[in-house]
Write a protein that binds this ligand. Structure first.
Ligand code: ZN
Ligand code: ZN
Length: 244
């Protein structure tokens, strides 16, 4: 999915460089809101960049080195980089800042989470930040992101998820695992982030980028079954990761 860069909202540069993720991160997605009184006052999408800039200005006046959130989602479903996904956020609290990315919904207490926001959070979880969708109040002592968003998060968790396909090893390509529905699959980098390989050309592109792809697993497994050798430590941003 498309994530708009910091330049889309006129970000000020950070006061200090961000910290890299701790081992095991980034995984899961912690959902926040702005949470000010009343309505945030967004009339149209052209208002959204200025609202993000206002969040950054406020937070940088409160001793933050940058906007606290990794990502920001506006009511129209557009996702923007906050700090981006290349560094830790500072919004969740000390126990999860180093491993769990954050997304801030541009909502105040009188605003309602839009269907477009819901779709974008689900797509982030599906394609960019795999793992569990968490409310900020589940990882720290806060009411964020408000009762409506929290209720939505609890509700999507109880809905049945599609069963992941079972990996089956392919004799002709012993390192390649196919799902029982015939789809090939590849797991890249740190054994958490994974994606489908659609065809041989894409596979070859990935091999050119990363060298021999050593580990294969079905997408959407949180802790996939490793078929090849361990992928080793996080070796950098995968090609499909949104560019900064
Ligand atoms: Zn929060
Ligand atoms: Zn918008």
């Amino acid at each position: 999915m498309q994530i708009l860069p910091r330049s889309a909202w006129g970000a000020a540069p950070p006061k200090s460089p961000g910290r890299p993720w701790a081992p095991g991160g980034p995984v899961d997605l912690v959902v926040h809101w702005v949470g000010g009184n009343g309505t945030i006052g967004i009339q149209s999408h052209t208002d959204c960049p200025a609202r993000i800039k206002a969040v950054q200005s406020y937070e940088m006046s409160q001793e933050y080195s940058d906007i606290a959130y990794n990502l920001v989602c506006c009511p129209h479903g557009t996702v923007y980089e906050g700090r981006g996904l290349g560094v830790q956020g500072a919004a969740n609290g000390p126990s999860t800042n180093a491993t769990k990315p954050s997304v801030c919904l541009l909502l105040n207490t009188q605003d309602t989470m839009t269907p477009e926001m819901q779709a974008s959070v689900l797509e982030l979880n599906r394609t960019v930040t795999p793992g569990t969708i968490l409310a900020h109040r589940e990882v720290n002592s806060t009411t964020c992101p408000g009762p409506q968003v929290y209720g939505w998060i609890l509700n999507i968790r109880t809905q049945p998820q599609p069963k992941p396909p079972t990996p089956v090893e392919d004799d002709d390509m012993p390192r390649l695992v196919k799902c029982d529905n015939g789809d090939p699959m590849v797991l890249l980098t740190n054994s958490i982030h994974s994606r489908w390989v659609q065809d041989e050309a894409e596979l070859n592109d990935l091999k050119a980028l990363y060298g021999p792809v050593s580990t294969w697993a079905p997408r959407d497994f949180y802790r996939p079954v490793l078929v090849g050798p361990s992928p080793g430590p996080w070796s950098g941003r995968p090609a499909w990761w949104p560019a900064r």
